[in-house]
Ligand binder design. Sequence first.
Ligand code: ZN
Ligand code: ZN
Length: 476
Amino acid sequence: MTKRSLLAAVAALALPAPAAAQNAPVQPAGRRAAPPAAQPVDPAVARLRDAALNDTVAYDILEGITTEVGQRLAATEAEARARTWAVAKLRSLGFRNVHIETYRMPVWLRGQETAEVVSPFPQRLSLVALGNSGATPEAGVTAPVAVFRTFGELQAAPAGSLTGKIAYIGNAMEPAQDGSSYGAFGAARFVGPALAASKGAVAVVIRSVGTDAHRNPHTGGTNWPTGVQPIPAAALSVSDALLLERMAARGRPITLHLTLTPHFAGEGESGNVVAEVPGSDPAAGIVLIGGHLDSWDLGQGAIDDGAGIAITTAAAKHLLDGPRPRRTIRVVWFGAEEPGGFGGREYARVHGAERHATAQESDFGADRVWRFEVNLPAGASVVTDRLQSALAPLGITRGRDPAGDGTDVGPTIALGVGSVDLNQDGTRYFDTHHTPDDTLERIDPAQLRQNVAAWTTMLAIVANAPEEIGPVPHRN
Ligand code: ZN
Ligand code: ZN
């Protein structure tokens, strides 16, 4: 076995590379162009990276927050307890300038949620309300179902054609390593209910935006444009959605009885938790990293997004324990991402005028990083080459699309800040995303440690780069 194929096999298994191969740059298989001149890996960076493969901090954070706090629905008492927990944890780890930045936002709370097919084949269905859903009367609503197997079919429905009906919106989501199917099929959840409401629907049920076929429905936020009155909107488990489609295929009208009683409980407090690894050169700009502290209320918020705060914090801790980096590393545990990115917008409002070198987040579970993408100014291209060499032994290849993903760092990036995205394998992420099964058991500790090593490597290179990392043109 050649060193390269060995490394590829190691990467596929998500195990640490053997020591003899650790500093060897690896080109993705199948690329025909001559590889760029490899940047040697700074031994200090390699040491940090390899030590991070034995990290215990990330799992400790995840185990702690899922056990001692659990679900952390935005702007609720649970999210407030999570902020208190976060401050204590970050201070105990030795971070500096640890504090909470609060803001106000609408509070949405889940109520009862039941549904049954009244005819032609009476059966109970498994479903959950979507975040920001409107409510039925206490006694529920009984109405005929208009079945749309895709969001496109709903778009084609004539105006007014759904008056008095419950709209069902299906999808055909398949797993994808890069998570691209979420954008393609997520429309049914993000905007489907509002579209159905505008065509007269009294309520909406969607097939969960998920890649499993279990009976756990997937919640998630839906959006109501200004002027659209929220209607009841819920996600059926994939199994129950397929059941409903089989009933529809028999050609007989379906009547559903649906009870959803969530409510908006006025304004509440949410907040971002901020912590820093102080840098030696304040003029060089902040390296902003983090994930979101809030979660949906069904599971424990382990993969979404306890993992993201754990990974980024653990990586920053590896820098905190070494020589002072050039740039300040700011770790933010963002609040209220799930109901609409409140924490990320608030961060940009408060801190947007400060100089940031880069901003990046981890919010795609805890499976291994397989690719990185950058958006850096032209003068910092050598930083990208350094990243490529140092990340390769972790099985991470360089992507060619510009970085800049993320609900939480998006508003900061939009101000002209660069980014280094560490793309995680999303193949199984949507099996349990936003379900009661988002629990600690979904975390693979070996892949979690690979994430910490990737983030530690990125921080060691970007926070210490002697080059200026100034503003970039926004990628859109
Ligand atoms: Zn998330
Ligand atoms: Zn989420």
